[in-house]
Design a protein. Structure first.
Length: 214
């Protein structure tokens, strides 16, 4: 994985909670899973309850429930996520997802939590490509704060567990271009058994381009 660091000022424009899906505009199943998913937004609490089925978010095809909006340029997205219930499969996934399109084999990058509590970065550089991934050490399930910052092709991901301070997990490069779809996703890893997760404190910021060196 290519390790690249950029220092820049995060003067940003935050997107407010406006529509029936809050800061997002659409919700849909990616990859046509046999059991359909759903997204419910509670405007009083700002929480999203996302229920997703699907075989996996992996290899060269994804199946999951996705709530998203289209954006261009640089951005930061953060959310706190927690699964509901014990779950049927330890590798159910929930997290932040940026994709080029809704195609099942679209170029994409995500930071996801498995049902076991294991965090992972996954990315697909070109349409139909096999997913690259890096998983990280973990100590069990919980409530996780996730953050992804995209600057051009450079993506940095952060995580914190149960209220701890956010720490960088890693960074890589994925040239998705603009516009992209930015949102939250849930996959059960078992096609006939949808799994719910709750996302809270969700925020998206539009970030400026890094200052050019003179």
């Amino acid at each position: 994985m290519r390790m690249i660091f950029f220092a820049f000022l995060l003067t940003a424009a935050a997107l407010g909670q406006t529509g029936k899906l809050g800061i997002f505009t659409n919700a849909a199943d990616v990859g046509n899973p046999t059991t359909k998913g759903s997204t419910a937004y509670d405007s009083a609490t700002g929480q999203y309850k996302i229920t997703g089925a699907g075989m996996n978010m992996w290899t060269n095809a994804d199946q999951f429930q996705y709530v998203y909006r289209e954006m261009s340029g640089n951005m930061s997205i953060a959310a706190t996520v927690q699964f509901l219930g014990e779950g049927a499969m330890p590798h159910r996934k929930a997290g932040i997802v940026i994709r080029k399109t809704l195609d099942t084999d679209s170029p994409m990058i995500d930071i996801v939590m498995h049902g076991t509590g294991m965090p992972g970065i996954q990315w697909r550089n070109t349409k139909g490509d096999i997913t690259n991934a890096m998983d990280f050490p973990f100590d069990g399930p919980g409530k996780f704060r996730l953050k992804m910052v995209r600057t051009g092709a450079n993506v940095v991901v952060y995580m914190a567990k149960d209220g701890a301070e956010l720490k960088e997990l890693g960074h890589t490069q994925v040239a998705l271009g603009s516009p992209v779809l930015v949102g939250l996703g849930v996959c059960s890893h078992k096609p006939d058994t949808p799994e719910p997760a709750v996302f809270s404190d969700v925020s998206i910021e539009e970030l400026p381009s890094p200052a050019k060196k003179e």
